[in-house]
Design a protein around this ligand. Structure first.
Ligand SMILES: [Zn+2]
Length: 108
């Protein structure tokens, strides 16, 4: 019996699960960085980091919650996806010091 051929590996865009952001009612939410178009914010609260985006219902949604490195990784991927949308439309995305510095570091 012939074995099924393995499908070619396709590099998929990582997808993120977004959950409604609910303020715990204590502590101070800090926004460390805001992306191009103000679409994403790298935020922290109580020693945890996450990415916020406005939700359709006037609130916020979050993803990538965890240590700083994890949240930054999510932020960088999301910002790069957003930038590609700009480039596809022939637009120039805004400079993002965090993303641009990360990419600089990877090139070294
Ligand atoms: Zn933008």
């Amino acid at each position: 019996m012939a074995r099924a051929r393995r499908p070619r590996t396709v590099k998929l865009q990582p997808t993120f699960e977004w959950e409604p952001y609910e303020s715990p009612g204590g502590g101070t939410l800090r926004v460390g960085h805001t992306s191009c178009c103000g679409l994403y914010e790298l935020a922290s609260l109580g020693g945890q980091f996450f990415v916020l985006r406005p939700s359709e219902e006037n609130g916020y949604e979050e993803t990538g919650r965890g240590v700083y490195r994890k949240a930054v990784a999510a932020y960088v991927i999301l910002v790069n996806q957003h930038r590609r949308d700009h480039l596809r439309r022939g637009e120039t995305p805004e400079y993002d010091s965090l993303v641009d510095l990360c990419q600089e570091a990877h090139r070294r």
